[in-house]
Design a protein around this ligand. Structure first.
Ligand code: B12
Ligand code: SF4
Length: 497
């Protein structure tokens, strides 16, 4: 069967880097394992409109990924596909998993896969393949026909039957053993079309930096985090499976840097220690790697970090979120500031660089609590401090609070990016003006301290990346013009498809 997987066009207002989509790389891998012919259409790097590719490739099913800011582009893409033929169009990803009806109610979308996708996707492909075998004229309409009942028993999907009845089948169980998944299938991507294979590592454009996910899910449920896509049960790959992928990336694909994307990689400390031992033992520890997304500060001991450093860990992020003790309690992060302080100290002690993630504008914030966040950031003084204005993603507790008790300022999903300089909501005395002012102040006060300026100017990485760093800084603080132009070009792209 011919399968097409699509990343709809969407670029952040601050950055023009393009990177292969790991979720689609996994879906491509399981499709290949099933025996399908696979095509990846990543609109960020393709030269032709999707309708042309559909005419030429004639896929039997198309899967489109969608996070929140991407979902409108996913709908436009789906409509462009349907304008060519009535091929089954399936949407998956973080946004549609939380709000499936919003997509299934659209005529251009046939099925939404909620949550983790691999097992559901292969079952859905098998259903379509089987139905096509019995009916060569098969179209998406047959798939949704209640009389045929093709989708009735498939867990984890939502759809409208062709007679207009909304169906949300029960959840699909999480993948029990992540080691059974094949490695992400990068060979279906036009790898030389990407400017960077992993945007959150240091390697300059054109470098071979790859992503790895060693565990999925997170046992915590912070009120602001859009973790909904993965099951609450934290599951990890074995150290041996991670090593095998690491060796493949380093030895076969020439990885120069690796970004580990886990939400909470260090839930089981002994697993990480074993992983580090194997990376050292098999001599692939010369390739630097980064925890781009943060590890839990309460489990970041000096012993663990020391071993990881020896295994090549160059930098780790910690999600600090706020410097205010009451706000920290209110977001269910289940951590205290002393533990966070200690984690930064431990990392610095063993020579690991740090990233701190901070949020300005959490519910209940005042000028004083924001001030505490800026001061705390300066105190723990990570190499990189990332301040984001609270963006309430659907499915999070903060979204519910903002919607019910506050005033959401942005209605359009395409505005749900962190970096465009505008507050997303107001709540009580917390005005947009306050959030925007303190957010800018946070960057200014953190980075314009004399020792920071000196430190930045004396780092080799800074000079390797300085053009991009300046561009990102300017676009972060003055983003509006670039963003409007970017959106116009993205919309025209698909409309003319
Ligand atoms: C790496 C990453 C990035 C990278 C690369 C993004 C990319 N192209 O993959 C970068 C840094 C560019 C990035 C940017 C952003 N990101 Co991001 N990112 C992640 C992160 C940490 C890992 C993504 C990943 O590879 N996951 C692993 C794979 C296996 O999972 P997956 O991609 O979700 O795919 C699985 C399922 O979703 C499903 N699935 C997905 N698509 C499809 C399609 C079909 C047809 C099917 C059947 C199934 C399916 O099956 C897949 C396999 O199980 C996630 C957190 C997380 N844990 O996932 C956040 C996350 C996806 N990002 C998030 C956000 C908010 C953003 C930004 C909007 C932030 C911003 N800066 O403003 C931007 C948007 C950028 C854009 N172009 O759209 C949110 C999304 C929330 C939401 N409601 O949309 C997440 C969930 C983080 C969080 N906890 O809040 N991100
Ligand atoms: S912020 Fe981190 S710890 Fe909290 S739920 Fe999200 S991934 Fe888990």
């Amino acid at each position: 069967m011919r399968v097409m997987l699509v990343n709809p066009r969407f670029r952040l207002p601050i950055d023009t880097r393009t990177t292969p989509h790991l979720g689609l790389a996994y879906l491509a891998a399981v499709s290949e394992q099933r025996g399908d012919e696979v095509m990846i259409f990543d609109a960020d790097v393709e030269d032709e409109p999707i309708s042309e590719t559909i005419r030429r490739y004639q896929p039997d099913i198309v899967g489109i990924t969608a996070n929140t800011p991407q979902v409108k582009s996913a709908w436009r893409t789906a409509a462009a596909i349907k304008s060519v033929a009535d091929i089954p169009v399936v949407l998956g990803g973080p946004h549609v998993s939380v709000l499936p009806s919003e997509s299934t109610s659209r005529p251009e979308v046939d099925v939404v896969v909620r949550g983790e996708g691999e097992e559901v996707w292969v079952k859905l492909c098998a259903i379509v393949e089987n139905a096509r075998r019995h009916n060569p004229q098969f179209t998406a309409r047959n798939l949704l026909d209640p009389a045929e009942g093709l989708l009735t028993g498939l867990l984890g999907i939502s759809y409208y039957t062709s007679d207009g009845k909304e169906q949300h089948n029960p959840e699909h169980p999480p993948i029990a053993d992540l080691d059974t998944l094949p490695f992400p299938a990068y060979h279906f991507f036009k790898m030389d079309h990407y400017t960077n294979l992993q945007p959150a590592t240091d390697k300059v454009d054109g470098a071979r930096s790859f992503s790895v996910m060693t565990s999925r899910g997170c046992p915590y449920r912070c009120t602001f985090c859009s973790q909904s896509i993965m099951p609450i049960k934290w599951r990890a790959r074995s150290p041996e499976s991670v090593l095998a992928e690491w060796q493949h990336l380093v030895n076969d694909l020439g990885a120069q840097e690796i970004g580990v994307l886990d939400d909470s990689a260090n839930i089981q400390v002994d697993r990480l220690e074993k992983m580090a031992d194997l990376i050292i033992e098999h001599k692939v520890n010369h390739v630097p790697w980064i925890f781009v997304n943060g590890i839990r500060a309460n489990l970041a001991t000096t012993e663990l970090l020391g071993k990881l450093k020896h295994a090549g860990l160059k930098r780790t992020a910690f999600g600090v979120e706020t410097g205010d003790p009451d706000v920290l309690l209110s977001i269910d992060k289940k951590i205290d500031h002393d533990t966070i302080r200690q984690a930064f100290k431990n990392a610095k002690k063993v020579g690991i660089e740090t990233i701190g993630f901070f949020i300005i504008g959490l519910p209940g914030e005042t000028e004083e609590t924001m001030e505490n966040t800026i001061k705390f950031a300066c105190e723990v003084d990570p190499l990189i401090a990332n301040f984001s204005m609270m963006t309430p993603y659907p499915g999070t507790k903060v979204y519910e609070i903002a919607k019910r008790q506050g005033r959401l300022l942005l209605e359009d999903w395409e505005d749900y990016v962190f970096f465009d300089g505008r507050a997303r909501y107001e709540l009580g005395d917390m005005t947009a003006e306050l959030i925007e002012r303190k957010w800018k102040e946070a960057y200014r006060r953190f980075y314009l301290r004399p020792h920071r300026i000196w430190m930045t100017l004396t780092r080799k990485d800074f000079w390797l990346n300085y053009k991009r760093t300046f561009k990102v800084a300017i676009n972060t603080l003055f983003p509006k013009k670039e963003k409007t132009e970017l959106r116009k070009s993205v919309e025209t792209d698909v409309v003319t498809a």
